[in-house]
Design a protein around this ligand. Structure first.
Ligand code: ATR
Length: 278
């Protein structure tokens, strides 16, 4: 049998760091196999997924804009994919396409690793209402945060998420932000604000509790203005790169049969890659 090859599917795909992560694990674990980036234009995604069993890949990751198409194409889906309405990990089982979503697992593992004890139940504040926000909100509800307040530029999207994820999740208006932050155990930014080339996210963190945790899902740059402000305020500040690294773990285990670990060496490798190819 030929060596297993997995892929990451997206459009565009050149920016994906997934090949760096998975190839590092293949190499360090001594596994014969490969992981490649596969650009698939939106008009071709349905046909590509329908014929995935004949693609030569054992499975793969799915990124923007194909996570919903992958959800629709998978004949079996895990609990997280069902909850989030999106699939970021594919694998074949008896020729049948299975879809999972590892974003929530990655989000939680990153905080568990970098801010132990962070999930002392309380109030959570989530900024943004896109795909990343879904995974974050579902994770926080699962860890018992109550309420989970969602702030978004477009209020209707926050309201839709509150509806989807139940009564402990509430859409909040921007003018409620100061009070929400003062009561929050955790603040998570899932918007693109603070990303290189985007406006910074400017929030006054002065009133936040001393034990509060601030997590930015943005990882370019690693130290966003929000995280710098959190650190200056003396709060635990967790960057978004760890979520990217941890969400890759379950897929690798499925395709290649060994559960890999997120090490400082892997992190340094991806940081170097980010600095080289911005
Ligand atoms: P993802 O899947 O990564 O979460 P997305 O669905 O495009 O990406 O969501 C991006 C989020 O960043 C949204 O919450 C978006 O707000 P809108 O729903 O109002 O579009 C938010 N966002 C992007 N640019 C923003 C800006 N300049 N100011 C405020 N919010 C912004």
């Amino acid at each position: 049998m030929s060596d297993p090859v997995a892929c990451v599917i997206g459009w565009p795909i050149a920016h994906s760091r997934s090949p760096v992560i998975h190839r590092h694990w293949l190499k360090t674990l001594g596994i014969a196999g490969d992981y490649v980036a596969r650009p698939v234009p939106p008009p071709e995604i349905a046909a590509f997924l329908a014929d995935f069993a004949n693609s030569g890949f054992v499975g793969g990751n799915v990124t923007v804009p194909h996570k919903e198409a992958a959800f629709a194409a998978a004949v079996e889906r895990d609990e997280a994919a069902e909850a989030l309405g999106a699939v970021n990990t594919l694998w074949l089982d008896g020729g049948r396409l299975h879809g999972g979503n590892t974003d929530a697992e990655g989000f939680l593992a990153n905080l568990d690793e970098n801010a132990p004890g962070w999930d002392w139940p309380g109030q959570a504040v989530v900024l943004g209402a896109g795909g990343a926000a879904r995974a974050v909100i579902w994770s926080l509800v699962g860890r018992g945060f109550d309420p989970v307040l969602v702030f978004n530029r477009t209020a209707s999207r926050a309201e839709a998420l509150a509806e989807r994820f139940g009564p402990t999740v509430r859409a909040a208006a921007w003018d409620a932000m100061p009070d929400a932050l003062a009561e929050a155990q955790i603040l998570v930014n899932t918007t693109s604000l603070g990303m290189t080339g985007q406006p910074p996210l400017e929030l006054d963190l002065a009133a936040m509790r001393d034990e509060a945790v601030v997590n930015d899902l943005v990882y370019v740059p690693l130290e966003t203005p929000l995280l710098a402000a959190a650190r200056a305020r003396g709060l635990a500040a967790v960057d978004g790169l760890g979520m990217l690294l941890h969400q890759a773990v379950p897929g690798f285990e499925r395709w290649f049969g060994v559960r890999p670990t997120v090490t400082p060496e892997l992190r340094a490798l991806v940081v170097a890659d980010l600095e080289q190819h911005r």
